[in-house]
Design a protein around this ligand. Structure first.
Ligand code: 5GP
Ligand code: MG
Length: 178
């Protein structure tokens, strides 16, 4: 097995870059079709979604805008379950079609908290686009119309996702070796 070390843990490739690029392009085409003429506002959740958001938006061929928010709910490899809004949204989203762009949905608590807070600003609609979903860990009910990959409950890094700050630069998605 081809393993790499990120900080003190070993990881192995679980989704190669070609597969990621193909799925992200498919998702972008689907979103373009669904959002045509709606001037959607993509709201990308920093830090983890920056690579996914950059690739996704370049595949969108209908007029759109993008902005960024920053949240935190993770320490090390475990969710703290405590969602903090660190950098709020400056744009007026009332009446707009919003696509929240997330790297990964694990328990779903982060996304649920964010959606509830965005809904208070009366957008026309909010749709979730997540690179990864861990269905085995979901603790809340979430409609996720745009998801690239459903994965098992293992810790992953790469393609924007980190382990204590490291590994975001990796072009493939890696799973921790147990
Ligand atoms: P949730 O609130 O859904 O449990 O956690 C969502 C957030 O936890 C994600 O936005 C992501 O930042 C982080 N997260 C969850 N699972 C993983 C994982 O396997 N690897 C990394 N790097 N982050 C994860
Ligand atoms: Mg995230």
């Amino acid at each position: 097995m081809n393993t790499i070390k990120v900080k003190d843990l070993d990881f192995t490739v679980s989704i190669p870059r070609e597969e990621i690029q193909k799925r992200v392009a498919e998702l972008a085409r689907q979103i373009s079709k669904d959002m045509e003429g709606k001037n959607p506002l993509f709201v990308a959740v920093l830090n983890g979604s920056f690579v996914f958001a950059a690739d996704l938006i370049r595949g969108v061929d209908t007029p759109c805008e993008i902005t960024f928010i920053r949240l935190a709910s993770y320490v090390g490899t475990e969710s703290s379950g405590n969602v903090q809004e660190l950098m709020g949204l400056k744009e007026d989203i009332s009446g707009r079609s919003v696509v929240v762009v997330e790297d990964i949905i694990d328990s779903g608590l982060t996304m649920k908290g964010l959606i509830d807070s965005l809904k208070k600003q009366n957008p026309a609609e909010i749709r979730i686009a997540s690179l990864l979903v861990k269905p085995g860990n979901m603790k809340v009910e979430l409609d996720i119309p745009y998801c690239c990959f459903r994965i098992p409950n293992d810790f992953i890094v790469g393609y924007g996702l980190d382990y204590d700050g490291f590994g975001r630069n990796l072009a493939d998605i890696y799973t921790v070796v147990k």
